[in-house]
Design a protein around this ligand. Sequence first.
Ligand SMILES: *Cc1c(COP(=O)(O)O)cnc(C)c1O
Length: 380
Amino acid sequence: MKFNTKTIHGGQHNIDPAYGSVMPPIYQTSTYSQTTPGGHKGFEYSRSANPTRTALENSLASIENGKFGLAFGSGLAAIDAVLKLFKPGDEIISTSDLYGGSYRLFTKIFEGLGLKFHFVGMEESGKIEEFINENTKMIWVETPTNPMMSIIDIEAVSKISKKHKLLLAVDNTFATAYLQQPLDLGADIVMHSATKYLGGHSDVVLGSLVVIDKELADKLYFIQNASGAICGPMDSFLVLRGIKTLHIRMQRHCENGEKIARFLKTHPKVAKVYWPGFEDHPNHEIAKKQMSGFGGMISFTTLEGTLESAVKVVEKLKVFTLAESLGGVESLAGHPASMTHASIPVEEREKTGVVDSLIRLSVGIEDDEDLIDDLKQALG
Ligand SMILES: *Cc1c(COP(=O)(O)O)cnc(C)c1O
Protein backbone atom coordinates (compact mmCIF):
# COMPACT_ATOMS: atom_id res chain seq x y z
CA MET A 1 0.00 0.00 0.00
CA LYS A 2 1.30 3.48 -0.89
CA PHE A 3 1.44 6.27 1.66
CA ASN A 4 -1.61 8.21 0.42
CA THR A 5 -3.72 5.06 0.69
CA LYS A 6 -2.29 4.10 4.06
CA THR A 7 -3.37 7.39 5.62
CA ILE A 8 -6.96 6.41 4.81
CA HIS A 9 -6.99 2.62 5.07
CA GLY A 10 -3.80 1.56 6.90
CA GLY A 11 -4.60 -0.82 9.77
CA GLN A 12 -8.32 -0.09 9.44
CA HIS A 13 -9.85 -3.38 8.26
CA ASN A 14 -12.73 -4.89 10.25
CA ILE A 15 -13.19 -1.78 12.28
CA ASP A 16 -16.87 -2.25 12.91
CA PRO A 17 -18.03 -5.84 12.39
CA ALA A 18 -21.35 -4.96 14.05
CA TYR A 19 -22.75 -2.44 11.54
CA GLY A 20 -20.01 -1.88 9.00
CA SER A 21 -19.57 1.82 9.79
CA VAL A 22 -16.83 3.24 7.59
CA MET A 23 -15.28 5.27 10.40
CA PRO A 24 -14.43 3.45 13.62
CA PRO A 25 -17.06 4.21 16.24
CA ILE A 26 -16.09 6.31 19.25
CA TYR A 27 -16.18 3.62 21.92
CA GLN A 28 -16.92 5.93 24.83
CA THR A 29 -16.66 3.24 27.47
CA SER A 30 -14.36 2.51 30.39
CA THR A 31 -15.09 -1.21 30.62
CA TYR A 32 -16.38 -4.23 28.66
CA SER A 33 -18.73 -7.04 29.65
CA GLN A 34 -17.28 -10.52 30.06
CA THR A 35 -19.23 -13.74 29.54
CA THR A 36 -17.11 -15.62 32.05
CA PRO A 37 -14.18 -14.31 34.13
CA GLY A 38 -11.51 -13.44 31.57
CA GLY A 39 -13.90 -14.21 28.68
CA HIS A 40 -13.81 -11.01 26.60
CA LYS A 41 -13.26 -9.85 23.03
CA GLY A 42 -9.79 -8.41 23.58
CA PHE A 43 -10.90 -5.42 25.59
CA GLU A 44 -11.21 -5.40 29.38
CA TYR A 45 -10.65 -1.86 30.56
CA SER A 46 -9.99 1.26 28.49
CA ARG A 47 -6.68 2.20 30.11
CA SER A 48 -5.30 -1.11 28.79
CA ALA A 49 -6.99 -0.85 25.39
CA ASN A 50 -9.97 0.81 23.73
CA PRO A 51 -11.10 -0.07 20.18
CA THR A 52 -11.03 3.55 18.94
CA ARG A 53 -7.53 4.02 20.33
CA THR A 54 -6.48 0.69 18.84
CA ALA A 55 -7.74 1.85 15.43
CA LEU A 56 -5.61 4.99 15.76
CA GLU A 57 -2.59 3.03 16.98
CA ASN A 58 -2.83 0.74 13.97
CA SER A 59 -3.09 3.71 11.63
CA LEU A 60 -0.02 5.35 13.22
CA ALA A 61 1.99 2.14 12.90
CA SER A 62 0.95 1.87 9.25
CA ILE A 63 1.88 5.39 8.13
CA GLU A 64 5.26 5.26 9.93
CA ASN A 65 6.16 1.86 8.43
CA GLY A 66 6.28 0.41 11.93
CA LYS A 67 4.63 -2.58 13.54
CA PHE A 68 3.30 -1.27 16.85
CA GLY A 69 1.65 2.07 17.61
CA LEU A 70 0.94 3.53 21.04
CA ALA A 71 -1.19 6.60 21.63
CA PHE A 72 -0.96 8.87 24.67
CA GLY A 73 -2.73 11.85 26.16
CA SER A 74 -0.09 14.25 24.74
CA GLY A 75 3.23 14.30 22.96
CA LEU A 76 4.98 14.85 26.27
CA ALA A 77 3.17 11.88 27.81
CA ALA A 78 4.60 9.79 24.95
CA ILE A 79 8.14 11.08 25.64
CA ASP A 80 7.61 10.49 29.36
CA ALA A 81 6.82 6.84 28.60
CA VAL A 82 10.05 6.47 26.59
CA LEU A 83 12.12 7.93 29.45
CA LYS A 84 10.58 5.42 31.87
CA LEU A 85 12.47 2.68 29.99
CA PHE A 86 15.60 3.86 31.86
CA LYS A 87 16.94 3.79 35.39
CA PRO A 88 19.01 6.17 37.51
CA GLY A 89 22.52 6.54 36.13
CA ASP A 90 21.49 6.00 32.53
CA GLU A 91 22.53 8.68 30.06
CA ILE A 92 20.76 10.10 27.03
CA ILE A 93 22.24 12.23 24.28
CA SER A 94 19.75 14.71 22.88
CA THR A 95 19.61 17.25 20.09
CA SER A 96 20.44 20.66 21.61
CA ASP A 97 17.89 22.69 19.64
CA LEU A 98 14.88 21.01 21.14
CA TYR A 99 11.17 21.53 21.75
CA GLY A 100 11.02 23.54 25.00
CA GLY A 101 8.64 21.12 26.71
CA SER A 102 10.91 18.16 25.95
CA TYR A 103 13.86 20.07 27.42
CA ARG A 104 11.82 20.87 30.53
CA LEU A 105 10.74 17.23 30.95
CA PHE A 106 14.33 16.03 30.53
CA THR A 107 15.97 18.52 32.88
CA LYS A 108 13.28 19.36 35.44
CA ILE A 109 11.72 15.90 35.94
CA PHE A 110 14.00 13.12 34.73
CA GLU A 111 17.32 14.63 35.79
CA GLY A 112 15.83 14.74 39.28
CA LEU A 113 15.06 11.03 38.98
CA GLY A 114 18.68 10.23 38.13
CA LEU A 115 18.89 10.28 34.33
CA LYS A 116 21.67 12.32 32.77
CA PHE A 117 21.23 14.28 29.54
CA HIS A 118 23.82 15.65 27.15
CA PHE A 119 22.58 18.30 24.71
CA VAL A 120 24.57 18.15 21.52
CA GLY A 121 24.40 19.96 18.19
CA MET A 122 24.01 16.91 15.95
CA GLU A 123 24.39 18.54 12.53
CA GLU A 124 27.86 16.96 12.66
CA SER A 125 26.86 13.43 13.66
CA GLY A 126 30.46 12.54 14.54
CA LYS A 127 30.23 14.86 17.55
CA ILE A 128 27.79 12.45 19.21
CA GLU A 129 30.44 9.82 19.84
CA GLU A 130 32.38 12.13 22.18
CA PHE A 131 29.47 11.84 24.63
CA ILE A 132 28.98 8.08 24.52
CA ASN A 133 30.09 6.03 27.53
CA GLU A 134 29.03 2.74 29.16
CA ASN A 135 25.97 4.42 30.73
CA THR A 136 24.62 5.82 27.47
CA LYS A 137 21.29 4.24 26.52
CA MET A 138 19.57 6.41 23.95
CA ILE A 139 20.02 9.15 21.36
CA TRP A 140 17.08 11.54 21.09
CA VAL A 141 16.79 13.38 17.78
CA GLU A 142 14.46 16.13 16.72
CA THR A 143 14.69 17.06 13.03
CA PRO A 144 13.93 19.58 11.60
CA THR A 145 14.88 21.21 14.88
CA ASN A 146 12.61 23.62 16.63
CA PRO A 147 12.72 26.52 15.99
CA MET A 148 16.03 26.81 14.07
CA MET A 149 15.10 24.33 11.30
CA SER A 150 18.45 22.56 11.34
CA ILE A 151 18.47 19.13 9.80
CA ILE A 152 20.04 16.10 11.44
CA ASP A 153 21.06 13.14 9.32
CA ILE A 154 18.95 10.33 10.82
CA GLU A 155 20.70 7.60 8.86
CA ALA A 156 24.16 8.79 9.97
CA VAL A 157 23.01 8.97 13.61
CA SER A 158 21.47 5.50 13.36
CA LYS A 159 24.85 4.10 12.27
CA ILE A 160 26.29 5.45 15.53
CA SER A 161 23.39 4.19 17.64
CA LYS A 162 23.68 0.71 16.13
CA LYS A 163 27.45 0.61 16.54
CA HIS A 164 27.11 1.37 20.27
CA LYS A 165 23.86 -0.63 20.74
CA LEU A 166 21.86 2.43 21.77
CA LEU A 167 18.22 3.17 21.11
CA LEU A 168 17.54 5.91 18.59
CA ALA A 169 14.33 7.88 19.04
CA VAL A 170 13.20 10.55 16.57
CA ASP A 171 10.63 13.25 17.29
CA ASN A 172 8.94 13.39 13.88
CA THR A 173 6.39 16.07 14.77
CA PHE A 174 7.62 18.73 12.32
CA ALA A 175 8.12 16.57 9.25
CA THR A 176 5.44 13.91 9.81
CA ALA A 177 5.50 10.52 8.16
CA TYR A 178 4.49 12.23 4.92
CA LEU A 179 7.87 13.93 4.57
CA GLN A 180 10.18 11.67 6.55
CA GLN A 181 10.09 8.08 7.80
CA PRO A 182 12.68 7.66 10.56
CA LEU A 183 12.09 3.92 11.09
CA ASP A 184 13.13 3.33 7.47
CA LEU A 185 16.32 5.29 8.20
CA GLY A 186 17.27 3.11 11.18
CA ALA A 187 15.45 4.69 14.14
CA ASP A 188 13.98 2.40 16.82
CA ILE A 189 11.26 4.73 18.08
CA VAL A 190 9.38 7.45 16.24
CA MET A 191 7.51 9.92 18.39
CA HIS A 192 4.83 12.45 17.49
CA SER A 193 3.00 15.27 19.02
CA ALA A 194 -0.14 14.39 17.06
CA THR A 195 -1.50 17.66 18.41
CA LYS A 196 0.26 19.24 15.44
CA TYR A 197 0.14 18.02 11.82
CA LEU A 198 -1.38 14.56 12.39
CA GLY A 199 -4.46 15.99 14.09
CA GLY A 200 -4.04 18.98 11.82
CA HIS A 201 -7.00 21.07 12.95
CA SER A 202 -5.84 22.51 16.29
CA ASP A 203 -8.64 20.74 18.13
CA VAL A 204 -6.92 17.97 20.07
CA VAL A 205 -3.84 17.23 22.21
CA LEU A 206 -2.41 13.74 21.68
CA GLY A 207 0.93 11.95 21.40
CA SER A 208 2.21 8.75 19.90
CA LEU A 209 5.06 6.30 19.60
CA VAL A 210 5.67 3.78 16.83
CA VAL A 211 8.23 0.96 16.94
CA ILE A 212 9.11 -2.16 14.98
CA ASP A 213 10.67 -4.35 17.66
CA LYS A 214 8.18 -6.52 19.60
CA GLU A 215 10.18 -6.55 22.83
CA LEU A 216 10.48 -2.76 22.84
CA ALA A 217 6.77 -2.46 22.03
CA ASP A 218 5.92 -4.75 24.97
CA LYS A 219 8.00 -2.65 27.35
CA LEU A 220 6.38 0.57 26.16
CA TYR A 221 2.92 -0.97 26.30
CA PHE A 222 3.62 -2.06 29.87
CA ILE A 223 4.56 1.54 30.75
CA GLN A 224 1.54 2.95 28.89
CA ASN A 225 -0.80 0.70 30.85
CA ALA A 226 1.04 0.92 34.17
CA SER A 227 1.46 4.71 34.16
CA GLY A 228 -1.85 5.32 32.42
CA ALA A 229 -1.16 8.44 30.33
CA ILE A 230 -3.52 7.31 27.57
CA CYS A 231 -5.73 9.39 25.29
CA GLY A 232 -9.51 9.10 25.26
CA PRO A 233 -11.65 7.63 22.46
CA MET A 234 -12.94 11.00 21.21
CA ASP A 235 -9.40 12.36 20.86
CA SER A 236 -8.29 9.13 19.18
CA PHE A 237 -11.11 9.55 16.68
CA LEU A 238 -10.14 13.15 15.90
CA VAL A 239 -6.52 12.23 15.15
CA LEU A 240 -7.62 9.25 13.09
CA ARG A 241 -9.78 11.61 11.05
CA GLY A 242 -6.90 14.09 10.76
CA ILE A 243 -4.51 11.46 9.43
CA LYS A 244 -6.85 10.71 6.53
CA THR A 245 -6.10 14.11 4.98
CA LEU A 246 -2.48 14.36 6.13
CA HIS A 247 -1.02 13.92 2.64
CA ILE A 248 -3.07 16.63 0.96
CA ARG A 249 -2.62 19.05 3.84
CA MET A 250 1.14 18.49 3.94
CA GLN A 251 1.38 19.04 0.21
CA ARG A 252 -0.22 22.49 0.63
CA HIS A 253 1.79 23.28 3.76
CA CYS A 254 4.94 22.63 1.70
CA GLU A 255 3.76 24.75 -1.25
CA ASN A 256 2.74 27.70 0.92
CA GLY A 257 5.84 27.29 3.08
CA GLU A 258 8.12 27.61 0.08
CA LYS A 259 6.33 30.73 -1.23
CA ILE A 260 6.52 32.44 2.15
CA ALA A 261 10.12 31.46 2.81
CA ARG A 262 11.16 32.92 -0.57
CA PHE A 263 9.08 36.07 0.04
CA LEU A 264 10.67 36.66 3.45
CA LYS A 265 14.16 36.07 2.11
CA THR A 266 13.93 39.08 -0.21
CA HIS A 267 12.11 41.36 2.27
CA PRO A 268 14.21 44.38 3.30
CA LYS A 269 13.09 44.26 6.96
CA VAL A 270 14.03 40.60 7.43
CA ALA A 271 17.57 39.65 8.50
CA LYS A 272 17.68 35.88 8.19
CA VAL A 273 15.21 33.16 7.18
CA TYR A 274 15.54 29.59 8.43
CA TRP A 275 13.95 27.05 6.09
CA PRO A 276 15.63 23.80 4.99
CA GLY A 277 14.46 24.18 1.39
CA PHE A 278 16.92 26.97 0.63
CA GLU A 279 19.85 25.79 -1.46
CA ASP A 280 22.18 27.71 0.89
CA HIS A 281 20.71 26.18 4.08
CA PRO A 282 23.69 24.48 5.75
CA ASN A 283 21.98 21.06 5.83
CA HIS A 284 20.01 21.38 2.59
CA GLU A 285 21.58 18.27 1.02
CA ILE A 286 20.61 16.09 3.98
CA ALA A 287 17.10 17.57 3.98
CA LYS A 288 16.81 16.66 0.28
CA LYS A 289 18.06 13.14 0.99
CA GLN A 290 15.82 12.26 3.93
CA MET A 291 12.71 14.37 3.35
CA SER A 292 10.33 14.39 0.42
CA GLY A 293 9.53 18.10 0.97
CA PHE A 294 10.55 20.91 3.28
CA GLY A 295 7.38 21.52 5.27
CA GLY A 296 5.56 24.61 6.40
CA MET A 297 7.69 25.62 9.38
CA ILE A 298 9.79 28.75 8.93
CA SER A 299 11.69 30.97 11.37
CA PHE A 300 13.10 34.41 10.68
CA THR A 301 14.70 37.33 12.48
CA THR A 302 13.90 41.00 12.01
CA LEU A 303 16.57 43.27 10.56
CA GLU A 304 16.23 45.57 13.58
CA GLY A 305 17.16 42.60 15.74
CA THR A 306 15.30 43.68 18.87
CA LEU A 307 12.65 42.02 21.01
CA GLU A 308 10.34 44.99 20.37
CA SER A 309 10.61 44.72 16.58
CA ALA A 310 9.63 41.03 16.66
CA VAL A 311 6.78 41.63 19.09
CA LYS A 312 5.47 44.45 16.89
CA VAL A 313 5.38 42.16 13.83
CA VAL A 314 3.55 39.29 15.52
CA GLU A 315 1.04 41.68 17.11
CA LYS A 316 0.23 43.26 13.73
CA LEU A 317 -0.47 39.99 11.93
CA LYS A 318 -4.15 39.45 11.12
CA VAL A 319 -4.43 36.24 9.08
CA PHE A 320 -1.67 34.57 11.08
CA THR A 321 -2.83 34.03 14.66
CA LEU A 322 -0.37 34.70 17.45
CA ALA A 323 -0.44 31.39 19.29
CA GLU A 324 1.60 28.49 20.59
CA SER A 325 1.51 25.24 18.63
CA LEU A 326 1.78 24.49 14.94
CA GLY A 327 0.67 22.14 12.22
CA GLY A 328 -2.97 23.15 11.93
CA VAL A 329 -4.80 24.24 8.79
CA GLU A 330 -4.62 27.84 10.03
CA SER A 331 -1.39 29.83 9.96
CA LEU A 332 0.14 30.63 13.34
CA ALA A 333 2.96 32.92 14.37
CA GLY A 334 4.95 32.55 17.55
CA HIS A 335 7.73 34.29 19.42
CA PRO A 336 9.87 31.39 20.70
CA ALA A 337 11.92 33.40 23.22
CA SER A 338 8.83 34.40 25.18
CA MET A 339 6.46 31.54 24.27
CA THR A 340 7.48 27.96 23.35
CA HIS A 341 11.10 28.32 24.49
CA ALA A 342 10.62 30.50 27.57
CA SER A 343 11.42 27.49 29.78
CA ILE A 344 14.95 27.26 28.32
CA PRO A 345 17.54 29.46 30.10
CA VAL A 346 18.48 32.51 28.01
CA GLU A 347 22.16 31.45 27.62
CA GLU A 348 21.12 27.97 26.36
CA ARG A 349 18.53 29.40 24.03
CA GLU A 350 20.78 32.07 22.48
CA LYS A 351 23.53 29.47 21.98
CA THR A 352 21.22 27.64 19.58
CA GLY A 353 20.09 30.84 17.85
CA VAL A 354 16.78 31.47 19.60
CA VAL A 355 17.38 35.22 19.89
CA ASP A 356 14.82 37.80 20.96
CA SER A 357 14.09 38.92 17.38
CA LEU A 358 13.24 35.40 16.15
CA ILE A 359 9.71 34.75 14.88
CA ARG A 360 8.43 31.27 14.06
CA LEU A 361 5.69 30.67 11.51
CA SER A 362 3.55 27.61 11.07
CA VAL A 363 2.29 28.22 7.56
CA GLY A 364 -1.25 26.95 7.12
CA ILE A 365 -3.20 25.99 4.03
CA GLU A 366 -4.96 29.31 3.39
CA ASP A 367 -4.50 31.17 0.10
CA ASP A 368 -0.83 32.04 -0.19
CA GLU A 369 -1.50 35.59 -1.42
CA ASP A 370 -3.48 36.41 1.73
CA LEU A 371 -0.63 35.10 3.85
CA ILE A 372 2.00 37.10 1.99
CA ASP A 373 -0.12 40.27 2.10
CA ASP A 374 -0.50 39.80 5.84
CA LEU A 375 3.26 39.49 6.35
CA LYS A 376 3.82 42.52 4.09
CA GLN A 377 1.56 44.77 6.20
CA ALA A 378 2.95 43.47 9.49
CA LEU A 379 6.58 44.00 8.43
CA GLY A 380 5.84 47.33 6.75
C1 LIG B 1 4.33 20.13 20.63
C2 LIG B 1 5.54 19.34 20.55
C3 LIG B 1 5.84 18.36 21.51
C4 LIG B 1 4.95 18.11 22.73
O1 LIG B 1 3.70 17.61 22.37
P1 LIG B 1 2.35 17.93 23.17
O2 LIG B 1 1.32 17.22 22.38
O3 LIG B 1 2.18 19.41 23.24
O4 LIG B 1 2.54 17.35 24.55
C5 LIG B 1 6.99 17.61 21.34
N1 LIG B 1 7.83 17.83 20.30
C6 LIG B 1 7.57 18.76 19.37
C7 LIG B 1 8.53 18.93 18.24
C8 LIG B 1 6.45 19.55 19.47
O5 LIG B 1 6.21 20.49 18.54
